[in-house]
Design a protein around this ligand. Structure first.
Ligand SMILES: Cc1cc2nc3c(=O)[nH]c(=O)nc-3n(C[C@H](O)[C@H](O)[C@H](O)COP(=O)(O)OP(=O)(O)OC[C@H]3O[C@@H](n4cnc5c(N)ncnc54)[C@H](O)[C@@H]3O)c2cc1C
Length: 417
C-alpha cells in the first residue's frame, strides 16, 4: 500500500489538475492517479469568453483571441435577420499545453501515479482506492475528477442524459469557410438543408479562423437524447460547405465531440467528493466548464484545506464539507433553472431555436454573458429569465411554458445533399 495522503485526486484532465494544484498551493498533501501520463497532451480544444479569464487574471493562457465574434440566427438569405449578430466581446481558445503547464507548475510536489482507479471504498475514517495495477492507495479524502463517465460517483437516475455532439475539422479550405479573423459562436442558417432535414433536430456551425490559412469548422447539436450521430453531423457540415462553394483541401485534425449536458447532480451525501465533469459542473445551457473550474476550484480547495486541519474529520465529514463548498444551495438552484431551460430548448424546432437565440442575444451584454457563464446571482438569473420571457414572441413563450409536444425518437435523413 502506498503512503497515505490527505487527498487523492482521480483523473488527469483539467478538473484533476485544477483541484490538485489549488490544494497543493494551500499546503495540503495531495497525490493523483491518472490513467495516462499527467503531462500527455489533452485531446480536446477548450474555448472561453476572454472576459471570464480576465476576471481570474489568466488572459495569458489564450493561444487565439478574436474580437470579431458573431452568430447567425436567420434562415440564410439576404433579409436583415440573416445578417450576422455581433456579440461585441472577445472569445479565445486556450493554449492547451500552457493551461496544463500552468496547473502542473502550481501542483509542483504532487505525486502522480499512472494507473486506473477501479474501486473506491470507505474504510473507517479513510478511503481506499484499488487500482488496475493491483496497488491500493489510502487517503483521508478522495476527489473523483475522472470525467463525466465515472462509475464511482452516485447520482440519481433522471432518465436519458442529453449529449452535446459535434463533428469538426481543423483544416485548409478552397476558400475561407467563414470571414477571415472571425469567430462564429452559432451559425443557425439552414438554407443548405432539405425540407425533411429541417424537421429534424437542429444543428449549428461553430467555427473560427486559426490563422495561416487554417480554419476550424464544427457542426454541433446543442443537446439531445440520444445524441445526434456523428455521420449526420458530418453530412450536414459537408452540405453547409457545399452550399457556400467551399471544399476541404486538407484535414489536419478531426474532432468527435460528445459529452453530457444535463447529467444529474451527484448525491451530495456520499463520502467521495467529485470535481469537474464527474461533479456535473458542465454548464447545462452552454456546455462550457473550464471557466467554472478556474472560478470554483480555489473556493473548494480553501474549504477543504481548512477542514483538513481538523484531524478528527474523516472521509465522510471531509466530503460533506467539500460538497457544501462546491454545490451550495444557491448553485444547486441555479443549476436546476438551467436544466429546466435546457429541457425546454431541446424540444424546440429549428425556427423556434433561432428565434430563441436571437431574443437571448438581444439582452444586455451583462445579462447574456452572466447567464452563459453562470456568474449571475440567483435573483438576477431569475429576472433575466423572466425578461427573456417578456421579450419573446408568443410562439416562443408558448414553447417556454408548455415545452415540446410529446417527443418522438428522431429519425435522420442520410445523404440527400
Ligand atoms: C470535444 C470536447 C470539447 C469541449 N470543449 C469545451 C470548451 O471549448 N470549453 C469548455 O469550457 N468546455 C468544453 N468541453 C467540456 C468540458 O470542459 C470537458 O469535457 C473537460 O475535458 C472535462 O474535464 P474533466 O477533467 O472533468 O474530464 P476529462 O477531460 O474527461 O478528463 C478525465 C481524465 O481522467 C482520466 N481517467 C478516467 N478514468 C480514470 C480512472 N478510473 N482512473 C484514473 N484516471 C482516469 C482520463 O484519462 C482523463 O485524463 C468540451 C468537451 C469535449 C468532449
Amino acid at each position: 500500500m502506498a503512503e497515505p495522503v490527505d487527498v487523492l485526486v482521480l483523473g488527469g484532465g483539467p478538473a484533476a489538475l485544477c483541484v490538485a494544484s489549488e490544494l497543493n498551493q494551500r499546503g495540503v498533501s495531495v497525490a493523483g492517479i491518472a490513467s495516462d501520463p499527467v503531462d500527455a497532451p489533452w485531446p480536446n480544444t477548450y474555448g472561453i469568453w476572454a472576459d471570464e479569464l480576465k476576471a481570474v487574471g489568466l488572459e495569458q493562457l489564450l493561444e487565439h483571441r478574436w474580437s470579431d465574434t458573431v452568430s447567425f440566427f436567420g434562415e440564410g438569405g439576404s433579409t436583415a435577420q440573416d445578417r450576422s449578430h455581433a456579440h461585441g466581446i472577445d472569445y479565445g481558445l486556450f493554449d492547451r499545453a500552457v493551461l496544463q503547464r500552468h496547473w502542473l507548475e502550481r501542483a509542483d510536489g504532487v505525486v502522480w501515479h499512472q494507473d486506473t482507479a477501479e474501486r473506491v471504498e470507505l474504510k473507517g475514517s479513510t478511503t481506499l482506492v484499488s487500482c488496475a495495477s493491483g496497488t491500493t492507495m489510502q487517503a483521508r479524502l478522495v476527489i473523483d475528477a475522472s470525467g463525466s463517465r465515472t462509475h464511482h460517483i452516485r447520482r440519481p437516475d433522471q432518465g436519458p442524459v442529453a449529449g452535446q455532439a459535434a463533428y469538426g475539422v481543423v483544416g485548409r479550405f478552397s476558400k475561407p469557410p467563414i470571414e477571415p479573423d472571425r469567430f462564429v459562436l452559432m451559425d443557425y442558417r439552414c438554407d443548405h438543408l432539405s425540407e425533411t432535414q429541417r424537421q429534424e433536430p437542429p444543428t449549428f456551425l461553430y467555427a473560427m479562423d486559426l490563422g495561416d490559412g487554417v480554419f476550424f469548422v464544427e457542426e454541433t447539436s446543442l443537446a439531445l437524447a440520444p445524441a445526434v450521430p456523428y455521420d449526420v453531423l458530418q453530412q450536414r457540415l459537408q452540405q453547409r460547405l457545399d452550399q457556400r462553394g467551399v471544399e476541404i483541401t486538407e484535414v489536419i485534425h478531426e474532432e468527435f465531440c460528445l459529452f453530457p449536458m444535463n447529467l444529474p447532480l451527484p448525491d451530495r451525501r456520499q463520502p467521495l467528493l467529485a470535481f469537474g465533469g464527474a461533479a456535473s459542473m458542465v454548464h447545462p445551457a452552454s456546455g462550457y466548464m473550464v471557466g467554472s473550474l478556474l472560478r470554483r476550484g480555489p473556493d473548494l480547495a480553501q474549504a477543504l484545506a481548512e477542514a483538513i486541519t481538523n484531524p478528527s474529520l474523516g472521509s465522510a465529514a471531509l466530503a460533506q464539507r467539500g460538497w457544501q463548498a462546491l454545490w451550495p444551495l444557491e448553485l444547486v438552484l441555479r443549476h436546476q433553472l438551467y436544466q429546466f431551460g435546457l429541457g425546454r430548448l431541446m424540444g424546440f424546432n429549428e425556427a423556434l431555436l433561432r428565434t430563441h437565440f436571437a431574443t437571448f442575444f438581444a439582452l444586455p451584454r451583462d445579462e447574456w454573458f452572466g447567464f452563459l457563464t453562470n456568474t449571475l446571482p440567483l435573483p438576477r438569473l431569475m429576472s433575466v429569465m423572466l425578461r427573456l420571457f417578456a421579450l419573446a414572441p408568443w410562439e416562443l413563450r408558448r414553447g417556454l411554458v408548455l415545452g415540446a409536444p410529446p417527443s418522438q425518437s428522431p429519425t435522420w435523413t442520410q445523404s440527400n445533399g
